[in-house]
Design a protein around this ligand. Sequence first.
Ligand SMILES: CC(C)(COP(=O)(O)OP(=O)(O)OC[C@H]1O[C@@H](n2cnc3c(N)ncnc32)[C@H](O)[C@@H]1OP(=O)(O)O)[C@@H](O)C(=O)NCCC(=O)NCCS
Length: 170
Amino acid sequence: MEIRLLGRHDAPAYQALRLQALRDSPQAFSASVEDEANRSLDEVVTRIVPAADGSVCTLGIFVDGELAGFVALLHPQRAKLRHCAELAGMYVAPAYRRRGCGAALLRAVIAHARAIDGVRQLGLSVNATNMAAKALYRAMGFTCWGVQPQALRIAGVFHDEEHMQLRFDP
Ligand SMILES: CC(C)(COP(=O)(O)OP(=O)(O)OC[C@H]1O[C@@H](n2cnc3c(N)ncnc32)[C@H](O)[C@@H]1OP(=O)(O)O)[C@@H](O)C(=O)NCCC(=O)NCCS
């Protein structure tokens, strides 16, 4: 397995897997298929190619050369927020689950965030009912600091979201 930053050539594979993610795990994401189904390849490229200002990048995990999962890392550029990074959109395709891909991807994004000068914490939000993801995040040291009631409304049903944080030693 290989983990690397996604680039423009990964856009078609990323978009296919992203739409699969939104279809098969609607409760895990705040975006819906309708939001993203009509994105042009250029829009997808802009989304995944590391931003020149360092505000966003996406890591992909490849198994036998196939994109098996991804996670985005957001780094706010405003001075008062530069110590806080956030991960988003974590996904491993069903065929590759329970083989350590999620843990490897999470370790990689944590290492990436730690390596950014000045970043002291990594945050995320997770559907409170998502036991698999919560177990993975907790195993990696994330702790829940708050719950937003009814943060998501999916097909008419409200879902709470847990906000989690991993703080880095200075
Ligand atoms: C959550 C997700 C990324 C885990 O990916 P994965 O490749 O299966 O994870 P791993 O194999 O590395 O598992 C790591 C740990 O996560 C936990 N875990 C993973 N799947 C689990 C499950 N179905 N039930 C309980 N715990 C689970 C376990 O603690 C596991 O460690 P173990 O295998 O030693 O028990 C994957 O299930 C997924 O993409 N789900 C749909 C999208 C999603 O929920 N994304 C998160 C949005 S916040």
